[in-house]
Ligand binder design. Sequence first.
Ligand SMILES: Cc1cc2nc3c(=O)[nH]c(=O)nc-3n(C[C@H](O)[C@H](O)[C@H](O)COP(=O)(O)O)c2cc1C
Length: 185
Amino acid sequence: MTNVCENGNAKKILIVSYSYSGNTHRIAKEIRMAVGGDSYTIFPWQPYPMEFSELLRQVKEEVKTKYRPRLLPVNVVSANYDIIFAGSPNWCGTIAPPLYSWLYYSKLDGKIILPFVSHCGGTQGDIQKDISRLCPKSEVRETLYVLDSTLDDGRTFPDLLARWLEKNQIPHKKKGKENDDKRLV
Ligand SMILES: Cc1cc2nc3c(=O)[nH]c(=O)nc-3n(C[C@H](O)[C@H](O)[C@H](O)COP(=O)(O)O)c2cc1C
């Protein structure tokens, strides 16, 4: 577990994510390589349909009703962490219901939440606002929106990630470089 220091106080990092088709997990993996910490994958109890029109119909309904799906047993204690990176695909302009459930049921008061989403260039929504509503006693920072088609070009995503981490004063290791580990959160 990597500790980020703020005035000598250790900050513990958790990277939690849900991914339907793998893109968000790729982002989570890069974040972990850059900042360290622990990572955790969310799984809904009932997997989502494979067929797109069925999936879309279900997701639209769940988003509209703010449905909180049951998750597979969660074996992470959010109380042990100070900074939570929370990732999801963008589904209908917001986070996917499994992350919604996890955020809703975890005790995140007083924690810093850094949302990140994978998307295809459609409706962006305001994910920072959605999570702030869900976790009103957390400090929810600006969302990292990653266009999924840029994940493979080797340049756009690493640059975007580095800028976002710098803006949030999160010490991070740049690809192929030493950890510039001296700043504050
Ligand atoms: C049901 C559904 C709804 C989606 N809604 C949006 C959307 O509103 N805006 C957008 O940009 N992309 C949307 N997408 C595209 C996904 O966000 C995108 O493919 C993302 O990279 C998938 O991430 P994943 O591989 O982690 O599941 C949607 C995809 C699905 C399956």
